[in-house]
Design a protein around this ligand. Sequence first.
Ligand code: NAP
Length: 288
Amino acid sequence: MEISGKTKLVGIFGDPVDHTISPAMQNAAFEALFLDMAYIPFHVRKSPAYDLKAAIASIRALNLRGVNITIPHKEKVLKYLDEVDPDARAIGAVNTIVNRNGKLVGYNTDGPGYLLSLKEDTGFTVRGKRIVILGAGGAARAILRSALEKKPASIVVANRTLKRAEDLVSEFESTFTAEMQAVRLDGSLAPFAKKASLVVNTTSIGMKGSGTLDFPLEALPKGAVVSDIVYVPLETEFLSAAKARGLRVHYGLSMLVRQGALTFELWTGKKAPIEVMQRAALAALSLK
Ligand code: NAP
């Protein structure tokens, strides 16, 4: 990659950003399509809060083509943008900003990226299905909102902190027709598992081998899909156990690559080279 005065710059704002594999994934895609673009991580501190405001203003000042936004800024950034895509507004979080001639527009590619990768990898479509979401954090929220748009029959949100799951369900249940229920994430999920076509782990359990999910995989119907958005390790204990039971599985890395691909398309207007991005993400992860 050669950087010159003509190179269009993009990047990521987060705290921390040292672990991100997005630069590897996006720069590989730019190179594959011979685009004169470069992706740079920027450590935008959580505190003081005015750092984020100044960083967002710098997108205009430095004429960046756009940025990714990651933890802990995804929610706070909305108030500094000129326009927010209605889906991102409903999710309440932005992970991608596009600079359209000085107008900063926010999007969220996490939810759509999740559903696209799920469909591509397993053929799973949401309409009319019963879904169990484990977790009620930021990622759960994005996946829940995007899934609700596709008219599932029901969604159960199970979380360690019940109140957080209840708040999520009460926020969305009046807007959508799907049956919704909030429950505690403990050993009592078998009645929900029995009817589920999809269970997705959106908690950080299993990340870098931390903890074990308390979910009765044995109660799931034969054709069910088990999905885990954690991607370090690539195959979590949860997915290994599901595979051992002959269930179909969906990997977190696939979501990561797909959300990155959607971001790439927003910035460039070109179809993302998914396989190139997947290979680069895998190579970057193997170095961690
Ligand atoms: P978050 O907003 O902090 O939410 C964390 C969730 O995990 C909450 O539901 C929390 O429950 C639960 N949790 C954490 N530790 C737990 C434990 N020991 N026992 C039970 N529940 C626990 O985080 P997030 O942004 O949603 O991210 C969650 C995970 O998804 C992370 O591992 C992240 O790396 C991954 N992720 C992957 C992708 C991808 O593209 N593949 C995208 C986004 C996120 P409480 O409410 O009870 O605290």
